[in-house]
Design a protein around this ligand. Structure first.
Ligand code: OXD
Ligand code: MN
Length: 599
């Protein structure tokens, strides 16, 4: 199998890994549909993939209850100097971390097949694309990689005999002794899970988890944690952002890139169906944007992925009809419930809940049961080509020119529906001070609902000192000057009395997007407030919408007391970066405090 590899560097890395992990077999993936079907069929035979009767070529998996999300506390950025990883990444020196992990990797693939997956993030041949090679003992991860990245021979051809690749080693950490029965979702205990990044040598080592961003190494590990320091060095941006194209009734196109923490509606926004007549949206990406200043001086973005790994609960015809359509076939579901007629189900799906289902832990479930039927971070994986709103230009190797950046998070109070940055520096401040309530997409010690700072939605994904990352954003703005995208901040999640949502969200978010596009074209004015520019009375197109006037006022109110109460937290957050914090951020904070005090 290894003899098929023509690239000497790759061959010796695969040999080295095989020597350490000692799999029973090595299999080089060709990326074909036949290969995907064969691996799926093997998992069905083994009883770990459940074919869904109601959706063709679709399968349900149930993870071990301990392996349900990204594990931030077990995720490391390992640089020689701790300062390079910065204060908000878990850090361990490379020698120490490798020493610990080598012991775990020793013989860890016994009884299993080691899949070698050549993959490209970005269209093969794009000036922005990068090639990775994932080695994994998980057939589930391999099938997901098939959907999420470009896999196979075409990547090896592009790599040639001496091209550059990023080695990504993954093991579920569950060797099988002879005769030992396998479990449905083998993985290592929490204290043995390590998701490790070595940015100084562009290397990823992941051990012990089979789930999502811990196991599909092209996604968070390569495209964000490794790519972000590469982007800093090379002068581009690797961001946790969706990309969507809006077209107004006159046919003018706008490209928007938006950063939101996990489970804050990124996939829904990427697939938005505008409710304002004449406006159209097309999806380009829902999670990651790689952006480069092109010779025309504008920032162009590509989506390096080829699929969607979205949160299932909450996905419905109301929230995301495009995704509902997209999931009719060829999809992988993880930790959803199984209905008696052989379909998946999750909370807030359309229609009534089933009278009976099997929950994500494999137990009987009926409505009214204390626990949800699907895990709150249950996921779907689906190929991008199946997305009905996919833009015909989604694979343009040149990317699309970004007009607008949006930052946001999930906040019940304080942060209004929308505000616009006064200028680039103020926009970087908005991104840097972003915050959100914690959702089920991550496991961290502080519980659900607690507010945490999540700058640029990159807290879990920035592979270097976040202070230097802020500086990089300032410098990108300096390079773009007048051609830099405009920056906005949104909060779709404001609540009023009785815990009710003040804003309808979903397709009606297009009203806010329209305001942004009109701002870019100078078609609408804005009023100056201490926190930024905001819609004037009547500035938002609310025609046909029945949000009460008082709710709109609350959604667009700036309460200086509540904002002033936020500032010490922002300040303390910033100051942890010490000498790495750009002065330009301190200047912004002083300006905001002054404006609030004078309001
Ligand atoms: C994701 C995440 O899976 O951000 O996209 O957690
Ligand atoms: Mn994400």
């Amino acid at each position: 199998m290894i003899t098929q590899i023509k690239h000497e560097g790759l061959k010796s890395w695969v040999e080295e890994v095989a020597g350490m992990c000692r799999p029973d077999e090595i299999y080089l993936c060709d990326g074909t549909r036949e290969e995907y079907d064969r691996l799926m069929a093997q998992m069905v035979d083994a009883g770990v993939a459940i074919p869904l009767k109601e959706r063709s070529h679709s399968f349900l998996f149930r993870s071990d209850p301990s392996d349900v999300a990204r594990v931030e506390d077990r995720t490391y950025v390992s640089t020689t100097s701790r300062d390079d990883a910065g204060p908000i990444n878990n850090w361990m020196a490379p020698d120490e971390l490798k020493g610990t992990m080598k012991k775990l990797y020793d013989g860890c693939m016994k009884g299993r097949t080691m899949y070698v997956i050549p993959f490209s993030m970005g269209p093969i041949g794009s000036p922005l694309a990068k090639i990775g090679i994932q080695v994994t003992d998980s057939a589930y991860a391999t099938c997901n990689m098939h959907l999420m990245t470009r896999v196979g021979d075409k990547v090896l051809d592009a790599l040639g005999t001496d091209g550059e690749f990023i080695p990504c080693l993954h093991s579920i950490g569950a060797p099988l002794e002879q005769g030992q029965e396998d479990s449905d979702w083998p993985c290592a205990p929490m204290e043995e899970k390590y998701i490790s990044h070595f940015p100084e040598e562009n290397l990823i080592w992941s051990y012990g988890s089979g789930y999502g961003g811990n196991a599909l190494l092209g996604k968070k590990c390569l495209s964000l944690r490794l790519a972000s320091p590469i982007a800093k060095r090379e002068g581009w941006l690797a961001e946790h952002m969706l990309i969507v194209r809006l077209t107004n009734p006159e046919g003018r196109q706008y490209h928007i890139a938006g950063a939101f923490p996990s489970a804050c509606g990124k996939t829904n926004l990427a697939m938005i169906q505008p409710t304002i007549p004449g406006w159209k949206a097309e999806t380009i990406g829902d999670d990651i944007a790689w952006m480069q200043i092109r010779p025309n001086g504008r920032l162009h973005a590509i989506n390096p992925e080829t699929g969607f790994f979205g949160v299932a609960p909450g996905t419905s015809n109301g929230s995301n009809p495009v995704a509902v359509d997209m999931l009719k076939e060829n999809a992988i579901f993880t930790n959803c419930a199984l209905t008696d007629n052989g379909d998946v189900w999750w909370e807030e799906m359309d229609g009534d809940p089933p009278a009976h289902a099997i929950d994500w832990k494999g137990r009987d479930w009926t409505p009214g049961t204390d626990e949800p039927a699907a895990h709150p971070n249950a996921r779907f994986t689906a190929p991008a080509e199946q997305c009905p709103s996919l833009s015909p230009d989604w694979e343009d190797p040149e990317g699309v020119p970004i007009d607008i950046f949006i930052f946001g998070g999930r906040r019940a109070t304080t942060i209004p529906l929308v505000h616009e940055a006064y200028n680039w520096d103020h926009g970087v401040f908005l991104g840097a001070s972003a915050s959100s309530e914690i959702t089920a997409a991550i496991i961290v010690e502080s519980g659900l609902g607690h507010v945490r700072r999540d700058p640029f939605a990159m807290k879990p994904f920035c592979g270097y000192n976040m202070g230097d990352y802020f500086q990089h954003w300032f410098e990108m703005g300096d390079s773009m000057g007048e051609k830099a995208p405009r920056i906005f901040y949104v909060n779709w999640f404001r609540k009023g009395d009785n815990d009710r949502w003040l804003w309808p969200g979903f397709g009606d978010n297009s009203r806010v997007l329209k305001w942004m596009c009109d701002r870019v074209d100078g078609k609408v004015g804005a009023k100056e407030t201490p926190i930024g520019l905001m819609p004037e009375d009547g500035g938002l197109d609310l025609s046909g919408l029945s949000v009460p006037k008082e709710d709109m006022e609350e959604l667009l109110a700036v309460d200086p007391k509540m904002w002033l109460a936020e500032l010490p937290d922002i300040e303390a957050y910033f100051e942890q970066f010490g000498k790495h914090l750009p002065d330009r951020l301190r200047v912004q904070l002083v300006g905001l405090r002054e404006r609030l005090n004078n309001y």
